[in-house]
Design a protein around this ligand. Sequence first.
Ligand SMILES: *Cc1c(COP(=O)(O)O)cnc(C)c1O
Length: 346
Amino acid sequence: MKIALTSDNIAGASDSVLEAMMAASKGDAMPYGNDEATAEVTTMLSELFECDLDVFLVSTGTAANVLSVSAMTPPWGSVLCHTESHLMNDESTAPEFYTGGARFVGIEGADAKMDPVLLKKVVSQKVGDVHSCQPSAVSLSQVTEVGSVYSLDEIRALTDVAKSAGLPVHMDGARFANALVALGCSPAEMTWKAGVDIVSFGATKNGTMASEAIVVFNKALSKELGFRRKRGGHLHSKMRLLSSQMIAYLTDDLWRKNATHANAMMALLQEGLKSVPGVVINTPAQANMLFCTLPAGMAEHLQAEGFAFYGGRWEEGVVRLVTSFRTPAEGIDAFVASARRFADSV
Ligand SMILES: *Cc1c(COP(=O)(O)O)cnc(C)c1O
């Protein structure tokens, strides 16, 4: 069985998400989020995160990220995030565009996790110096861009640095559910209890069609977000169609079930690949993404056998493998078997 491990957004949407959209599209409802379904999303997320919060639904993860950080950062400010972060590398110049030209400063750290010691050096650099950009916000990705997951202590170490400098913290949770399942903690523990002010609560990669929630714990940031979302062209008039997706995603723990499956498929894949001679695990996968180095010729062999994934973008032999809520176990077995056949043949 051939499978694609290109990304988790190659999978479509969960059936109940589409069914919920169909149902929501039948009747009339007030536009721009002044409808019952949108209010229900806020109620559901408040229960999930065990706190009072505001929600701004948008239809892409990029919009969720850049709107979130724009509400934290003046145009003369800087946003501190990992060098390999999505904000730095995968959102074109939307971060600069939405912040009105703020600077994005990359912080190094192993496994795409910011090093709190390096962060500490930068948060207080040239504060008050009119000639220099002013550190204004910190953004961390959970899951990270290489498939690692910050532990609660690691999140706390970063937010402590941020808080001691008076900076708000954003979490890019494009793979929020996968990280949460990996840590086995509560959504509250991974966010506001750990010092996070806003999270981009991703859902599209894990089962919705196009619905992402900006979840605001620090409600002082909300007023501005409302205006910024409209100004940025992301206030959907038929908001209920986005809301219905999010409701379905949160109903009956679909989001956890989907992420649990994706993570389990990755665990299966990783275990299998560990036993294939010549394959090197670069960053151990804790959630649903793995970077590994394949011996010469193996990637081409796998691709020739019909398996799809990204490679050729990093160092020699490095490939990225991502499982989704729909990846079949038989496909993983076939992938590992094919890799092993190649290893045995050389
Ligand atoms: C996919 C992803 C996003 C969101 O990207 P969109 O393509 O705009 O939906 C944000 N952050 C990370 C780390 C991602 O992997």
